[in-house]
Design a protein around this ligand. Structure first.
Ligand code: ADP
Ligand code: MG
Length: 667
């Protein structure tokens, strides 16, 4: 048998780098997290050439002592946890001690750092080989420069996106840091130009810096606690949706996460308000006891594992759906506008928008802005309204702020881990919310490892269950008995122990829509030049996507180019689609931003087809004969989706139990 070798540190680090440092944005993430853990109140981020030439993060945090400077580069060197028990209650963003070592092994990395009342020192690593510590000039805090990323990992370089693509990913990350830590002043520069800045002035200000005041006006502000889970932040109102998921941010205990259970809870709460391929807009912070969630799951995947998925799901779902459905409970969840000192003038969506006779919201209500909100616009809006910004202008510098949470000195860690009285109380009340110590203990690291691998499978299983339940809700009309109709609009069917109430307009609409879609798949393309070209401004992420999809978009019959960066021009449209609302159409294309699927015209024209279907379908109030009704459902092939193409329900169910309760036969 071959001899077992213990890998030299440099080789090991490069293997670890493969896991932790996938692309330039992973470097930005790790460096900014370190700055936050160091208690910084001001963080500057510089990126050049999509991060491959330079990524630099400068902070005003605690700094690194001279004697620790070398160990910062060593694998598994961390100042953040000391012993296995600390893993049970992680309060910092980093804890693995892997990032610096990994980044250093695949780049030329320099750390310049100065602690309070100490000198400033610099240490450089070249692909993991350390130089000598030298004294240098510098401010309190840490300045980390990562140059020539992946210079010794050519395969990794090959797998990177274009410079713009990587840059867009980084911009997304930085935006999320701004939203996550509204108490920290961030500045973000790309190739020398400032693209984002926040001033540490709180949630609302951070939101405006990233999305603009008009987005804020279209959101509900939430702050509530349920079963020991605090949910706060912003969710888009019923008419404010987005074409892709890049407008969704979830922060769990101060950490940006992507979690299937939570996103399913949110999107299911929105499901009756969103058209297909429209996604909810949200910036949500969820805080819960550290014991109820495991963040030590995977070195770079932002997923977490909950001790109890059901409680989390139910909690988030019920809060958001109560707000969207206008339930009275929602009053307890919402933060009411404070009339004094509003950050921006707000016109809260007070009244429910009225629907037209087809039950469809007027077109202009459904529109949403492209993400063209720029740094310059943010400045303009903040100039008027943000106190932190005003202070910044006066002093000519970003104001320093107290940090409310963040860096926890090692000496405090032990103290903190014993202060669990709140969590303990919760433990008694909701034992299910927590991990069972026996099955998830630090005592059995081996058992834990296998569990880590299961985490994604576990989340997936949970969602599959939800999906299965949804499928069980599908209705095969052939198994139902027609029993009559109400108001010439609602058809009544009986099936086992329930009554199905079917909206005849919605049902027919779904049918006509499916037919129109088929027709669209087999069209002929003739281009028609436009007198006035149509322009679209996009964010970095979306622009890159459009550039990559030029061929597909042109093949559909559009002429498109980019005369100015991130500003696209459409100068010809397919002649069969001359009246097309290009705004909505391109929003739909951008709906595919996160997928690798090819884009299909019949899918993109969903709105237009749905509208034609709506016009062609039988209306509510139209007296259909029994034959017509039977013919309608026969055409539908027995199987009916639960929603019309506009997203309204086709069928509503009333169970026998519900009826019997109404008549007090049962209680
Ligand atoms: P981790 O964050 O998991 O502890 P890293 O490899 O990211 O591991 O960092 C190693 C150590 O280097 C940290 O624990 C911290 O002590 C120190 N360090 C890194 N970056 C900074 C920074 N910006 N400010 C202060 N200390 C830092
Ligand atoms: Mg770290």
């Amino acid at each position: 048998m071959a001899k077992i070798n213990i890998l030299p540190a440099q080789v090991y680090n490069r293997i670890a780098a493969g896991e932790v440092i996938e692309r330039p944005c992973s470097v930005v993430k790790e460096l900014v997290e370190n700055a936050i853990d160091a208690g910084a109140t001001e963080i500057e981020i510089y990126v050049e050439n999509g991060g491959t030439q330079l990524i630099r993060v400068v902070d005003n945090g605690s700094g690194i002592e001279r004697e620790d400077l070398q160990s910062a580069f060593a694998p598994h060197a961390t100042s953040k946890i000391k012993k296995a028990e600390d893993l049970e209650n992680i309060l910092t963003l980093g804890f693995r001690g892997e990032a610096v070592a990994s980044i250093a092994s695949v780049s030329k990395m320099t750390i310049i750092s100065k602690c309070e009342n100490a000198k400033c020192y610099s240490l450089t690593s070249d692909g993991g080989k350390l130089g000598l510590i030298t004294e240098t000039a510098g401010e309190k805090g840490t300045d980390v420069r990562v140059e020539a990323l992946f210079f010794n990992a050519p395969v990794r370089l090959k797998f990177l996106k274009s410079e713009k693509g990587e840059e867009a990913e980084i911009t997304n990350f930085v935006s999320r840091f701004i939203l996550n830590r509204a108490d920290i002043a961030f500045s973000y520069y790309v190739n020398g130009k400032k693209v984002l800045q926040s001033f540490g002035g709180g949630d609302e200000e951070a939101f405006v810096c990233v999305y603009g005041a008009s987005a804020l006006r279209q959101c509900f502000k939430i702050d509530t606690e349920k079963h020991g889970i605090r949910i706060r932040g912003y969710i888009g109102n019923q008419n404010f949706s987005k074409p892709n998921k890049s407008y969704q941010s979830l922060f769990l205990n101060g950490r940006y996460i992507v979690n299937a259970t939570l996103s399913a809870a949110i999107s299911n709460a929105y499901s009756s308000y969103l058209m297909k391929r429209q996604y909810p807009f949200y910036v949500l912070h969820i805080d819960m006891p550290g014991e109820a969630v495991d963040v030590n799951v995977h070195p770079n995947k932002a997923d977490v594992r909950f001790a109890n998925n059901q409680i989390i799901y139910g909690c988030v779902y019920s809060v958001i759906s109560a707000i969207l459905d206008g339930h009275t409970k929602a009053l307890d969840y919402l933060v009411q506008d404070e009339p004094s000192e509003p950050l921006v003038e707000k016109t809260a969506p007070k009244e429910q928008k009225t629907k037209n006779e087809e039950g469809v919201l007027p077109q202009e209500e459904k529109k949403f802005g492209f993400a063209t909100f720029t740094y310059e616009q943010a400045l303009k809006e903040l100039e008027k309204t943000s106190p932190a910004f005003a202070a910044h202008k006066k002093d000519g510098d970003v104001p320093f702020k107290e940090v409310s949470k963040g860096y926890i000195p090692i000496s405090e860690l032990d103290k903190l881990s014993t202060e669990k009285s709140g969590a303990e109380k919760l433990h008694e009340q909701f034992p299910d919310l927590f991990f069972k110590k026996a099955s998830f203990g630090v005592e059995s690291p081996k058992g834990k490892e296998t569990k880590q691998e299961d985490v994604f499978a576990e989340n997936k299983r949970f969602l599959e269950e939800i999906d299965k339940k949804k499928k069980q809700n599908r209705i095969d009309i052939r198994t139902c008995r027609y029993v009559g109709k109400l108001f010439n609009t609602y058809l009544l069917y009986e099936r086992e122990d329930e009554v199905l109430v079917i909206d005849q307009h919605a049902a027919h609409e779904r049918l006509v829509y499916n037919r129109l879609k088929e027709k669209m798949e087999n069209r002929k393309i003739v281009k028609q030049p436009m007198l006035l070209p149509y322009t679209i401004e996009l964010n970095a992420f979306e622009s890159e996507f459009i550039r990559e999809r030029y061929d597909e978009i042109r093949a559909m019959g559009f002429d498109i180019d980019e005369p100015e960066e991130k500003r696209f021009r459409v100068s010809a449209v397919p002649s069969d689609l001359q009246g097309l609302d290009l705004y909505v159409f391109f929003n739909d294309i951008l709906g595919q931003v996160n997928s690798f699927r090819s884009i299909k015209i019949e899918e993109l024209l969903k709105d237009k087809l749905a509208l034609s279907a709506c016009k062609a379908a039988v209306k509510g109030g139209m007296d259909l004969t029994r034959q017509e009704i039977d013919a309608l459902f026969e055409m539908m092939d027995g199987d009916m989706g639960m929603k019309c193409p506009h997203g309204r329900p086709v069928v509503v169910k009333l169970s026998r139990v519900e009826l019997e309760k109404m008549f007090k036969r049962i209680v």
